[in-house]
Write a protein that binds this ligand. Structure first.
Ligand code: GLC
Length: 804
């Protein structure tokens, strides 16, 4: 192999030889080995290394190559690898690659001169910028929806009170989706070193991705649409497990609630004030001197009794777990970990110590299987007390000074790696071990782990929140983009600290933030020590009413959310969807004014808006849209002005949508066998919704213990079919009430019988009379259209409702 001259760029050079393998092709160029592997028709892995062998990547990818037909062709100039979906053209003279679709259109194309090259140990892949190319995804990254013209670094970082454009943050997901010429592709760079993604920043020729060291090892995806790329990416890196139902409810946090009587008072206040909630968090003050696997005896003398009392009131406790273990003689967990040799180390074998909350600490090496097992077993300390959820924080890993020396060593599944390669997967492995503990120790109940740090594939083990945000409008809107970008990158269960972690939250900001967050997958309020609390009643009566209204709406919408989570668990598609998923080639959605808009549970279009705005401009993409509160119908492909006083967040329902709601409840354990309200909105053609129920926890659903049924709306023939149910469970809802929005008929034919439709004012929110600033002619409730409905008994049998 040719060696590199110091201070120059080395390219892969001409192909010296190649051979066909069972699922691709491998060979050598002048300076590197290469291998292309067909994983699926639309998924090709490219590996290039200057080492003797390709380094195994044990963390993100869980899929093996699938048996896939492909063809091979060669000419004097090129080698071709061809599947039904994509072909890769490899230039013999310098190993530059071009990916083409079936029509021969270029999807992605290496620079013809230096496709893959090295500067020192840094390896990069240079891709020609395509005309009008857009880039979306890359996980938890600040900036706009379209990442064109920007560059980002992946290096997990504890960034307290980060700015609107700060980079990097806590999580690295080296996966993005490229869009041009009505085509889309995905790119996942599986390298855990510090990586850089440049989408045409400071140059007009290339988008490229680089890693400080290691192999060029990437996966190229091509599918017919963005959804299918996300599904394919999550087949490769895994999908979210079905969370327990309680984790979809409202979650209240603070740094920190203590002593125990304050926690109890908090729980009672929720119930007394008729504000639904499911989860209370215990932040670092529950511990004795911040030492993990302890409870502070003075403030929490009897944690088991406290947790039991809370559970009886319908609250789950989630405790924070920080990785740093205090170096202290007599502290059993520290001594145990040391005796078992489980901590990150310096090359001389001594333990690495960093300063965090408890003082000087060692850090369990979560990239070592023995450490993960030990930690998972130690969690019995909590599960024995009845703790239900776990919050893995500071797992970048963070320590004061924020500069862990690069010579610190990680086990990296026996491969041994320095901090340069190990850091980015540390948090993900801590979450993995914590999830394992929660599974093993809780009798097959579903684990709930919330993590701050992670890497590609983190969706398999934990939900994610976006760290230490700030109490201002920009941050509120940024949080939405972060969550939507995580959703484009496989992480469905995500949220942000409602109200902002750092700083005092102005009351209107809290009201707006909680209204928006009611439509976020993770619905959690949190705030920092010495700042205003983030409880819904901390901001005066008006904000309390607005909060109650939107929290109650979230609980009413739980059947819809639960079905959406189940769909996400199966498909990897997010619950909170950037408009770039369904409307990738509509340029308007990338506009600064519209890039924060998202679809919640596929059919609710949320128009997030700053707290001080009273009227906003929104963009309705293709289709027809009903204003959620009044049923006013709009056609798509247009900008609209909507009133947005604090009490009404602009929300539209997609024509053709099928929404499922239930009565308002206090917490998810409070499941009344009442009615399931099915709202159908006339659109065009046939639309479908899969309603899903199960026990809300446990694993029996995997053996068929669920109730699932398809609801099909034919807007052209004005017919709704509630299909035969699947699964062994009965529905928890005794009755169905069907509401028809946008239909003119007054009668329904059900099982050959004509029934007149009744009429009712449907209001999703309670009127906040004393505070409502809108004049009565503009008020949603005064303009609310009457909606026709019928009741039917809910059974497992199919029903066809024909409007006549
Ligand atoms: C970190 C977390 C924050 C938590 C605090 C104290 O800053 O991001 O959510 O409250 O530590 O544990």
């Amino acid at each position: 192999m040719i060696t590199q001259t110091k201070n120059t760029t080395q390219t892969a050079g001409p192909i010296q030889y190649f051979l066909l393998t069972e699922n691709g092709i491998k060979g050598e160029t002048a300076s590197a080995s290469f291998k292309l592997t067909v994983y699926q028709e639309g998924l090709i892995r490219v590996q290039v290394s200057r080492e003797q062998s390709f380094a195994p990547n044990p963390y993100s990818v869980i899929l093996n190559p699938q048996v896939t037909n492909f063809e091979f062709e060669e000419t004097d100039e090129f080698l071709y690898l061809i599947t039904k979906t994509v072909s890769v053209k490899i230039r013999r003279s310098n190993f530059s690659l071009t990916f083409l679709d079936k029509t021969g259109t270029v999807l992605s194309e290496d620079d013809p001169n230096f496709g893959i090259s090295w500067q020192g140990t840094e390896v990069s892949s240079y891709k020609k910028l395509q005309q009008w190319e857009k880039f979306i995804g890359l996980g938890e990254k600040t900036g706009g929806l379209n990442r064109w013209g920007k560059a980002y670094t992946n290096w997990n970082t504890d960034h307290f009170a980060y700015g609107k454009n700060s980079d990097p943050l806590y999580i690295s997901i080296p996966f993005y989706i490229g869009l041009h010429h009505e085509r889309c592709y995905g790119m996942f760079f599986d390298n855990t070193h510090k990586t850089v993604f440049n989408f045409g920043a400071s140059n007009n020729k290339y988008s490229y991705f680089s890693a400080e060291d290691g192999d060029m090892d990437y996966y190229f995806f091509h599918e017919k649409n963005v959804s299918d790329i996300i599904t394919s990416y999550t087949s490769l890196t895994g999908k979210m497990e079905m969370p327990p139902m309680w984790a979809l409810g409202f979650q209240q946090c603070r740094y920190s609630y203590y002593p125990d009587r304050d926690v109890l008072r908090l729980a009672e206040t929720f119930r007394d004030k008729d504000i639904p909630a499911d989860v209370i968090y215990l932040d670092i003050h529950y511990m004795e001197n911040y030492k993990v696997f302890t409870f502070d005896g003075k403030n929490f003398p009897n944690p088991a009794a406290l947790i039991k009392t809370l559970k009886d009131k319908g609250f789950r406790i989630v405790v924070i777990l920080d990785p740093g273990i205090k170096v202290e003689a007599g502290y059993a967990p520290y001594l145990e970990g040391k005796a078992k040799d489980l901590y990150l180390k310096y090359p001389d074998g001594s333990d690495y110590e960093g300063h965090v909350w408890p003082g000087w600490c060692t850090f369990p090496d979560f990239t070592k299987p023995e450490t993960r097992k030990w930690w998972a077993e130690k969690m019995a300390f909590y599960t024995d007390l009845g703790v239900d959820g776990f919050w893995t924080d500071m797992n970048e890993p963070a320590c004061w000074g924020q500069h862990t020396p690069n010579l610190v060593e990680f086990d990296y599944e026996g491969q041994k790696a320095t901090h340069r390669k190990g850091r980015n997967v540390y948090g993900m492995q801590m979450a993995r071990s914590t999830q394992q503990g929660a599974k093993d120790l809780r009798d097959s109940l579903r684990p709930f782990v919330l993590t701050r740090s992670g890497f590609a594939g983190i969706q398999r083990t934990a939900a994610v929140w976006t760290g230490d945000n700030v109490a201002n409008n920009d941050h509120m809107l940024l949080g939405i983009r972060l969550v939507n970008s995580l959703g484009l990158s496989g992480v469905s269960f995500a949220g942000y600290d409602i109200g902002g972690f750092e700083g005092n939250t102005p009351p209107p900001l809290y009201a707006r933030w909680i209204s928006i967050a009611a439509f976020a997958p993770l619905f959690r309020a949190h705030s920092m020590i010495n700042s205003t609390g983030s409880e819904p009643w901390s901001f005066g009566e008006e904000v309390e009413e607005i909060s109650r209204n939107y929290i109650k709406l979230r609980y009413k919408l739980l059947p819809l959310f639960y079905s959406a989570f189940y769909k996400s668990h199966l498909t990897g598609l997010p619950v909170s969807k950037s408009l770039a998923i369904d409307f990738p080639f509509d340029d308007n959605i990338y506009e600064k004014s519209y890039e924060n808009q998202f679809l919640c549970c596929d059919s609710l279009l949320i128009i997030p808006v700053a707290s001080f705005k009273e009227v906003t401009k929104g963009y309705l993409p293709e289709g027809s849209w009903y204003y959620f509160y009044t049923d006013k119908l709009y056609t798509g492909n247009q900008e609209v002005y909507v009133d947005c006083p604090l009490s009404y967040l602009p929300v539209f329902v997609k024509g053709g949508a099928i929404l499922t709601l239930q009565d308002s409840i206090q917490h998810t354990g409070h499941l009344e066998s009442g009615s399931l309200y099915i709202h159908v909105y006339k659109g065009s053609g046939i639309t479908r919704f899969s309603h899903y129920e199960d026990a809300g926890d446990g694993m029996d659903f995997q053996d068929g213990a669920y109730f699932k049924r398809e609801i099909v709306l034919n807007s052209d023939s004005n017919e709704v079919t509630v299909a035969t149910s699947e699964g062994t469970l009965d529905s928890r809802y005794a009755n169905l009430t069907l509401y028809f929005h946008g239909f003119e008929q007054n009668m329904a034919n059900v099982d050959g019988k004509n029934i007149s439709l009744e009429k009712q004012d449907v209001t999703y929110l309670k009127k906040i009379s004393d505070f409502d600033p809108l004049p009565s002619d503009k008020h949603p409730f005064h303009t609310c259209k009457q909606v026709s409905f019928i009741h039917i008994k809910h059974s497992k049998e199919p029903v066809i409702i024909q409007l006549v």
